[in-house]
Design a protein around this ligand. Structure first.
Ligand SMILES: *Cc1c(COP(=O)(O)O)cnc(C)c1O
Length: 801
C-alpha cells in the first residue's frame, strides 16, 4: 500500500532530509545549528514521513468505505512522540546513525521534548494508549480532544508542599502539530431559540449567539510495523476577532473583550482526577470539543456518502467517560435542525453511533450540571435533552409501568440538574466498564436500574496499555533478554510473552533477569542522585506507588505503614530487616487540600528518616517530583513491588498496575480493578493480595464502620498519635481525624492485613531465585494487558468492525 518506511528511510535518506529541512524550511546552516534546531529539524522530518504515510492509509480506507472509529476524550496524556514515532516506523536505528554522522546524540534529542500532558492520569493515558493500538491494528481511527495551551500543571515540592506551575508545553511540543485552518468550525454559545411551524414542518432558529471558532491541529500516531496511522485532532479556540453583534449595538469595548473570553476555552486543562468541577468554563470546553468534532465527522461522512442515512453503520463514536456526552444531543441537533430528520430516525442513528465507557463509580466524579447554567449556555441542546428526558420518562411509564420514584432516579433532568451519566447510558447502544470487577459493579449498583431494563447493553472491556512503549522503548535490558530467549514476535502479538514461561526454571535466565533489574535500578538511582542529591541503596527493595494522589488510592495507608516500620526499627535496631526504598510519585488536584497534606506527610516522614543515620540505609522514602509519562518510562523498569492498594470496589481498573507487571514488578494489592485479572493471569502464587473484598467492604459498611475498633496494634496506635502530636514538629490533625472518626476508604480496617503482606513480601525477596521466578511469571502473563487486545475487544464487541 504505502511506502515501506523501514526499507525506504535509510541512514543516507534521513540525513539528506534533515539537511534539506535546515536549508529549505528553517534557513539555518546545519554547521552552526543548536541542539534545539536539530530537534526541530528531526521532528519536522519525522512528521513529514507520518503525514505522507497517513495520506496513503486514509485514501485506502476511504476507497474501501471502511467504518471509522472516533475516540472522543477531554484528555489525551500523550507524553513524548519522537522516540515512539521512530520505533513504530522502524527507523530508530537509521535515524540514530544519521544523527550520529551529523555529530548529534539522539538521546539528547529525546530529552529535549516536553511531554504533551493533555490529561490528568489514567483516563487520559488510556486514550493515548488506544491511539497507538488502533493504529497498530490498522483501524481507520481518530481521536478528538482540545489543544490546551497549558496541560497538566508542573509539580514542584517546596518544603514538602506541592506547588503548581503552568505547563507551557507548546514551544517544544508544537512541532508535532499540523494546523488545518480550512477545517475550522464555528461553535455557537448562548443566545436564544425561536421556533414555530410552517407548512407542517417544525423550524428552529438560534439567534443572538456568540461564535467561537474551533481550529484543528493534528498529531499523527503511527502503529507499530503497520500501515496504520491514527490522527489526534486537537481543537484550539479562536475568537472571530470581535463580536459583530455587540459592535453593531454600539458596545465597542465588549465586542473586543469577547475575544479573550472565547479563546479562554482552550487555555487550560482542568486538573481534577475523578472529581467533577461544575464550572461553566468546563461545560464550555465540553461543548466546544463535541460540537466541533461532530461537525467534522458529519462533514467527512457527507463528503464520502452524500447522506447521513448510513451514518450509524459507518461511524462508531466512543465516549471516554461522561465528559464528551454532549456529542449525543449535538448529533441529534444536526440531524433534526440542519438535516431535517424526524426524531425517531435521528434517535436510531444516534444510538447506533455512540457507545459510552464508564471510568468510575465514585459519586463525586459523576457529572451533573446546574440546569440554569446548562440552559443559558446551550439553549438548543437543552431543549433536545429535555425531549430525550420526556420521551424516556414516557417509555418507562407507558411501556414498563415504572412508578414515579423509579423514573425520577433514572431520568436525565431532575432536581434542577442535568445528569450526564444517565444521558450517556440512555443514548448509547453499549456501556462498558474497564475491568471485570468494575463492569460487574456497574451492573449491580450505579447503573442497576438500566441493567434491568436493557441487560445486553452492558459489557466489559478490560483496559490495556501500549506495552511496546513501556518495554521495547523503555527497558532495553529486558527487551534484549526476551529477544535472546523467545525471539521478537511478541512485538506484534504480546500474548507471545507467554513463551517466557518456559524459562521459569532456567537458572541462567533468572540470573539475567535479576541483573537487568539491578541495572535499571542503578539508572533510576542516578536520576534521583542528580535530581535530589540522595544516594539510593540499589540492594534494597524498590517499592513503588505512583499514581494521582487520592484518598481512595490510599497513599496514606502506605505512609502510615512506613511510619510503623520506622517505630519498630527504633525499638529493634539490631533485628534483621530487609532494606526498602519506598518510591512515591503523585500529583494532587490543586484544590484537594487533604491530598496535599498527604504529600506533606510523606515528605515529612522522608525527612525524619533521612535525618536518622541508624535507619536511613534500611528504610528510605523518595518522592519523585512531577510524576509524568516520561518519568514513568524511567521508573517502571526499575520497580520491584507495585503498590495497588485502593479500597476494593473503588479503582475501576488501573493501568499503572499493568505497566509495572510488564516490567516484572510484583503486585502488592487489593482485590480491586484489574488487580484481580492480573492475579488470574499471573497465578495466585505470583501476586501479593491483602485486604477486604468488595463484598466484605459492603458488609462492614452496612454493619456500621467504626475505624477506632481497628486500632488494635500498638504500632498503629503510636503512628496515629504521632500524626496528631507531630512528626518533626509538623502536625497532621486533618489526616489523623479523618482516619480516626470517618476513614471513608477504610485504611484502618485493612491496615493489619497490609502490614502482614508487606512482611511476607520482604521474606520472599530474600529468596532471590524465587523472587525472580515470580517476576518472570508476571512478565510472561502480561500480554493480556496490551492495549492491542483491548482494542480488539472494542472492535468485535462494541464497534462491530
Ligand atoms: C499509567 C499512568 C497513570 C495511571 O496510573 P494508575 O496507577 O492506574 O492510577 C497515571 N499517570 C501517569 C503519568 C501514567 O503514566
Amino acid at each position: 500500500m504505502g511506502i515501506d518506511t523501514k526499507k525506504h528511510y535509510t541512514k543516507a535518506v534521513l540525513e539528506n532530509l534533515i539537511l534539506d529541512t535546515f536549508k529549505n524550511d528553517m534557513l539555518i546552516d546545519p554547521e552552526h545549528a543548536s541542539d534545539e534546531a536539530y530537534y526541530e529539524a528531526l521532528c519536522r522530518v519525522t512528521r513529514g514521513i507520518l503525514s505522507e504515510k497517513y495520506k496513503f492509509f486514509d485514501a485506502h480506507n476511504n476507497a474501501r468505505a471502511r467504518k471509522k472509529v472516533y475516540y472522543m476524550s477531554m484528555e489525551f496524556l500523550m507524553g513524548r512522540s519522537l522516540k515512539n514515532s521512530l520505533y513504530n516506523l522502524g527507523i530508530q536505528d537509521a535515524m540514530t546513525a544519521a544523527l550520529d554522522s551529523l555529530g548529534v546524540d539522539i538521546e539528547r534529542m529525546y530529552a529535549l521534548e516536553p511531554d504533551a500532558g493533555l490529561g490528568n492520569g489514567g483516563l487520559g493515558r488510556l486514550a493515548a494508549c488506544y491511539l497507538d493500538a488502533m493504529a497498530t491494528n490498522e483501524l481507520p481511527a481518530m481521536g478528538y480532544s482540545i489543544l490546551y495551551e497549558y496541560g497538566i500543571f508542573k509539580q514542584r515540592i517546596i518544603d514538602g508542599w506541592q506547588t503548581e506551575t503552568p505547563d507551557y508545553w507548546l514551544p517544544g511540543g508544537s512541532v508535532w502539530l499540523k494546523v488545518k485552518p480550512d477545517r475550522t468550525v464555528p461553535v455557537k454559545f448562548g443566545g436564544r431559540i425561536e421556533e414555530g411551524w410552517s407548512g407542517g414542518h417544525h423550524w428552529v432558529n438560534h439567534v443572538e449567539y456568540q461564535t467561537v471558532y474551533a481550529v484543528p491541529h493534528d498529531m499523527y500516531v503511527p502503529g507499530f510495523d503497520s500501515e496504520g496511522v491514527a490522527v489526534l485532532r486537537l481543537w484550539k479556540a479562536k475568537s472571530p476577532g470581535f463580536d459583530m453583534e455587540a459592535f453593531n449595538r454600539g458596545d465597542y469595548v465588549n465586542s473586543v473583550g469577547a475575544a479573550s473570553a472565547a479563546e479562554a476555552i482552550s487555555k487550560v486543562l482542568y486538573p481534577n482526577d475523578n472529581h467533577a468541577e461544575g464550572k461553566m468554563l468546563r461545560l464550555k470546553q465540553q461543548y466546544f470539543l463535541t460540537a466541533a468534532s461532530i461537525s467534522d465527522i458529519v462533514r467527512r461522512h457527507l463528503a464520502l456518502y452524500g447522506t447521513l442515512d448510513n451514518f450509524g453503520e459507518k461511524n462508531a463514536v466512543q465516549i471516554n467517560d461522561t465528559h464528551p456526552t454532549l456529542a449525543i444531543p449535538e448529533l441529534m441537533r444536526v440531524l433534526l435542525d440542519d438535516c431535517g430528520y424526524g426524531w425517531d430516525q435521528a434517535w436510531r442513528i444516534v444510538t447506533d453511533t455512540f457507545a459510552y465507557t464508564n471510568h468510575t463509580v465514585m459519586a463525586e466524579a459523576l457529572e451533573k450540571w446546574n440546569e440554569d447554567i446548562f440552559r443559558n449556555l446551550l439553549p438548543r441542546i437543552y431543549m433536545i435533552v429535555q425531549e430525550i428526558d420526556r420521551r424516556f420518562c414516557e417509555l418507562l411509564r407507558e411501556t414498563y409501568h415504572y412508578d414515579q420514584y423509579d423514573i425520577d432516579r433514572m431520568r436525565v433532568i431532575y432536581d434542577y440538574q442535568v445528569r450526564m451519566a444517565n444521558l450517556a447510558v440512555i443514548a448509547s447502544h453499549c456501556v462498558n466498564g474497564v475491568s471485570k470487577l468494575h463492569s460487574q459493579i456497574i451492573k449491580d449498583s450505579v447503573f442497576h436500574d438500566y441493567y434491568k431494563l436493557t441487560p445486553d447493553k452492558f459489557k466489559n472491556v478490560t483496559n490495556g496499555i501500549a506495552s511496546r512503549r513501556w518495554l521495547y522503548q523503555s527497558n532495553p535490558g529486558l527487551t534484549k533478554l526476551l529477544f535472546d530467549t523467545i525471539g521478537d514476535s511478541w512485538l506484534h502479538d504480546m500474548s507471545h510473552l507467554g513463551r517466557f514461561e518456559r524459562f521459569a526454571s532456567d537458572k541462567q535466565a533468572l540470573e539475567r533477569l535479576a541483573a537487568v533489574k539491578k541495572e535499571n535500578k542503578q539508572r533510576l538511582a542516578k536520576y534521583v542522585l542528580d535530581a535530589s542529591g540522595v544516594t539510593l541503596n540499589t540492594d534494597s527493595i524498590f517499592d513503588v506507588q505512583v499514581k494521582r494522589l487520592h484518598e481512595y488510592k490510599r497513599q496514606h495507608l502506605n505512609a502510615l505503614h512506613i511510619l510503623t516500620e520506622y517505630l519498630w526499627l527504633k525499638d529493634n535496631p539490631n533485628a534483621p530487616f530487609v532494606p526498602k526504598t519506598y518510591i512515591f510519585g503523585a500529583k494532587a488536584a490543586p484544590g484537594y487540600f487533604l491530598a496535599k497534606q498527604i504529600i506533606k506527610f510523606i515528605c515529612t516522614l522522608r525527612d525524619m528518616i533521612e535525618g536518622d543515620a541508624a535507619v536511613r540505609d534500611k528504610l528510605r522514602i523518595v518522592f519523585l517530583e512531577n510524576y509524568s509519562v516520561t518519568i514513568s518510562e524511567l521508573l517502571m523498569p526499575a520497580s520491584e513491588i507495585s503498590e495497588q492498594i485502593s479500597l476494593a470496589g473503588t479503582e475501576a481498573s488501573g493501568t499503572g498496575n499493568m505497566k509495572l507487571m510488564l516490567n516484572g514488578a510484583i503486585t502488592l494489592g487489593t482485590l480491586d480493578g484489574a488487580n484481580i485479572e492480573i492475579g488470574e493471569h499471573a497465578g495466585s502464587e505470583n501476586i501479593l493480595i491483602f485486604g477486604m473484598t468488595t463484598e466484605e467492604v459492603d458488609a462492614l459498611r452496612a454493619a456500621g464502620y467504626h475505624p477506632s475498633d481497628f486500632i488494635r496494634d500498638n504500632y498503629l496506635r503510636r503512628a496515629l498519635d504521632m500524626l496528631s502530636a507531630g512528626i518533626c514538629n509538623q502536625q497532621f490533625p486533618d489526616i489523623a481525624n479523618s482516619l480516626r472518626f470517618n476513614d471513608p476508604y477504610m485504611v484502618l480496617a485493612d491496615f493489619i492485613s497490609y502490614r502482614d503482606i508487606q512482611k511476607k513480601a520482604s521474606e520472599l525477596y530474600t529468596r532471590s531465585e524465587g523472587w525472580q521466578r515470580m517476576s518472570l511469571h508476571n512478565i510472561a502473563a502480561s500480554g493480556y494487558f496490551c492495549a492491542d487486545r483491548s482494542i480488539n475487544d472494542y472492535s468485535h464487541y462494541i464497534w462491530n468492525l
